[in-house]
Design a protein around this ligand. Structure first.
Ligand SMILES: [Zn+2]
Length: 61
């Protein structure tokens, strides 16, 4: 494996990290309760996913 000969300076480090960005989580409206929920995830508010009740625990709240 290639090993760097010299430690990269603060400038190079900054240039490398300039591409680091926080990504906004993908949210969709729940079909059951119209709350915002993460995509491909059971709704945290009502426990529904894909039009079906998946989590009774979440639904009770
Ligand atoms: Zn929901």
């Amino acid at each position: 494996m290639a090993v760097p000969k010299k430690r990269a300076g603060k400038c190079a480090q900054g240039h490398r990290r300039s591409h680091w960005k926080a990504s906004v989580p993908e949210m969709v409206k729940c079909s059951n309760c119209n709350e915002m929920a993460l995509t491909h995830t059971v709704c945290g508010n009502c426990g529904f996913y894909g039009g079906k009740l998946v989590s009774e625990k979440l639904a009770e709240k």
